[in-house]
Design a protein around this ligand. Structure first.
Ligand code: HEM
Length: 222
């Protein structure tokens, strides 16, 4: 594989990954509504969700989001396969264990777990709410789809709570390394700047991991 081709794919992974990181900030902020008392949370969550679904601009952004998830995943799979094929011969000592962290060497595994999570997650919510597949979503007193009840009901099932809580660990690891390497790929080379960005990536990954992991647990005990 030519270096140009590799660079093009890495840039594609970085740009789609950074876009997905921005989506997660918005998504976590919206889901933080679930932490409010039930009567306030229910109205707010349903009207927020309704506003997003009805907004043409957000509809376009949502399509960019779906394409980004697919492109990010496919480009990462291609690069992982190419890297495996191009592994140095047995005569070259491979110091990768000493030179890199566990999660940077296992981005493919972490990414695959998150991809599986996204498929299950979309089946839980998106397919029911947006596509109308499966059990019908009832309307609340304002005539909006009762997305709050869909979420609340799912998190009354302890297995889903455990699944969502556990998946937030690989999510945090993946985001931490992904954000750091994404910054480098799009051209941040300044050493001091990279050190600051590494801290930003750590804080970001912790907030996302803890945030997405804790919401289902709190909703379960509400
Ligand atoms: C506490 C955890 C989470 C909750 C309660 C939650 C809730 C939801 C809900 C209710 C929807 C449907 C929104 C609608 O159509 O009105 C949704 C969509 C979605 N979620 Fe999550 N989510 C969580 C975590 C995550 C995580 C960790 C990811 C990604 C790693 C994710 C990715 C998505 C995507 C890609 C969509 C489709 C967005 C769209 O069509 O606009 N979610 N989520």
């Amino acid at each position: 594989m030519s270096l140009n081709y590799l660079f093009y794919r890495k840039t594609l992974i970085a740009l789609t990954g950074l876009f997905l990181c921005v989506f997660l900030v918005v998504h976590l902020s919206a889901n933080a509504i679930l932490l409010l008392p039930k009567d306030i949370a229910s109205d707010l969550y349903n009207s927020y969700s309704h506003t997003l679904r009805e907004n043409p601009f957000i509809t376009v952004v949502a399509y960019v989001l779906y394409v980004s998830i697919i492109v990010h995943t496919l480009a990462a799979i291609f690069i992982t396969i190419q890297n495996k094929r191009a592994k140095p011969t047995k005569y070259i000592v491979n110091h990768s264990r000493q030179n890199s962290s566990w999660h940077s060497r296992n981005m493919g595994v972490l990414g695959s777990l998150i991809f599986i999570f996204i498929i299950i997650h979309l089946a839980n919510f998106w397919a029911r709410i947006k596509l109308g597949i499966g059990e019908e979503v009832v309307l609340d007193t304002n005539g909006f789809k009762d997305v709050y009840s869909v979420t609340y009901d799912l998190f009354q099932n302890i297995w889903f709570v455990i699944f969502y809580a556990i998946i937030s660990i690989p999510l945090a690891y993946h985001l931490h390394h992904g954000l750091k390497s994404g910054f480098k790929t799009i051209g941040f080379y300044h050493q001091k700047g990279l050190k600051i960005l590494a801290k930003v990536a750590l804080v970001y990954a912790l907030v996302m991991g803890i945030g997405f992991g804790i919401i289902p647990i709190i909703v379960y005990f509400k």
